[in-house]
Design a protein around this ligand. Structure first.
Ligand SMILES: Cc1cc2nc3c(=O)[nH]c(=O)nc-3n(C[C@H](O)[C@H](O)[C@H](O)COP(=O)(O)O)c2cc1C
Length: 333
């Protein structure tokens, strides 16, 4: 089982933190599909310290999402510690996670995200400082290294452990790889063997069978799923079930996908406002529609929608059409 500090997850399946995606609306939906742990999108330490309104809005957590891990990023000790203290005292997050994987230049230029991967001593110092300043368990999510020539995953994970970090999530790619190539699971296994804190494996888990294979091949305590859950919370449910029972559940049909996308939309509207939510939902709606035959026209239409009513009627009309076609085919067959 996956246990971080005193927090015991009900299973080993973890939703990855994803910026611009993992807000409360999506996380709660994924939680309802059975995730053992959900991770929030990364939040800027400086945004928290300067009490930026938009940043503080990102700290909202619905009680039903718990247990939840809230991720902060930063490059300087003082602001990172202050932000962690704020999260510790003022949010209902269960875990404070530190980002050491973000590859984007805007972030690494500020010595944040994946930049840390070059310096295990800095990792030790920064994580120690945060651990000493807060009560909630502190964890780290990292990539395996900066580039081919600087893969310090083992040293870095050991530094987290020595500093009092309670778990490490490891994405088996370097910073330079961004999202290219294939995630290296061997290094995930090596890190698992090198530390005594829980390790969560991450990278290229696309199916429930991949999740099982990662657990079997690397011995990790949990499996973290990112892109495969986009527009597809069923991936989480199917994985949980597969790990529990060995049974592979079927894929959802068009109506189910569209119903859940509308639930997601309504939660986004409640969280933000209709104007922002509908725009933000465009990418999600396209992901929900992936794999449904004949979705090209409706996918284009999504980008023209500005209101809930427009988007909902486009999606429900499409579900009606798909069902009518299926019935027709059934009758002909
Ligand atoms: C759109 C997007 C946003 C992401 N944002 C974050 C983030 O805020 N924090 C983080 O640690 N990783 C972030 N990641 C990386 C993922 O958590 C994960 O490590 C990566 O996608 C590999 O896992 P996957 O193959 O299951 O997608 C992001 C990935 C994507 C695709």
């Amino acid at each position: 089982m996956l246990k971080i500090g005193d927090i015991e997850m009900k299973n080993q399946v973890v939703l990855a933190p994803m910026a611009g995606i993992c807000n409360s609306a999506f996380r709660l939906t994924v939680k309802e599909f059975g995730a053992g742990l959900v991770c929030a999108e990364m939040v800027s330490d400086k945004g928290i310290v300067s009490q930026n309104d938009r940043t503080l809005d990102m700290l909202f957590i619905d009680e039903r999402e718990k247990p939840l891990s809230l991720q902060i990023f930063g490059g300087e000790r003082e602001t990172l510690v202050q932000a962690a203290q704020y999260v510790d005292k003022n949010t209902n997050a269960d875990i404070i996670d530190i980002n050491m994987g973000c590859p984007v230049p805007k972030i690494t230029k500020c010595d944040a995200g994946a930049k840390w991967l070059l310096d295990p001593n800095k990792i030790y110092e920064m994580v120690s400082a945060v651990v000493d300043a807060v009560e909630k368990p502190v964890t780290v999510k990292m990539r395996m290294g900066w580039d081919e020539d600087h893969i310090f995953a083992i040293e870095n994970a050991q530094a987290v452990e020595r500093a009092g970090g309670k778990a490490v999530a490891l994405h088996g790619r370097t910073r330079v790889q961004m999202y290219e190539g294939i995630a290296n699971w061997d290094i995930i296994r090596d890190v698992k063997q090198a530390v005594n804190i829980p390790v969560i494996g991450n990278g290229d888990v696309q199916t429930p069978q991949d999740a099982k294979r990662m657990l079997d091949e690397t011995g990790v305590d949990g499996v973290m799923i990112g892109r495969a859950a986009l527009g597809n919370p069923w991936m989480i449910y199917r994985t949980v079930k597969y790990l529990e029972t060995g049974e592979l559940m079927g894929e959802p049909n068009a109506r189910e996908k569209i119903d859940v996308s509308i639930l997601h939309l309504d939660r986004l509207i409640a969280l933000k406002n209709e104007h922002i939510a509908v725009r933000e939902m465009r990418k999600h709606a396209a992901w929900y529609l992936k794999g449904i035959r004949g979705n090209a026209i409706v996918r284009n239409g999504i980008n023209e929608c500005n209101t809930r009513d427009e988007l909902v009627s486009l999606l429900t009309n499409f579900a009606d059409e798909v069902e009518a076609k299926e019935q027709e085919a059934h009758q002909v067959g």
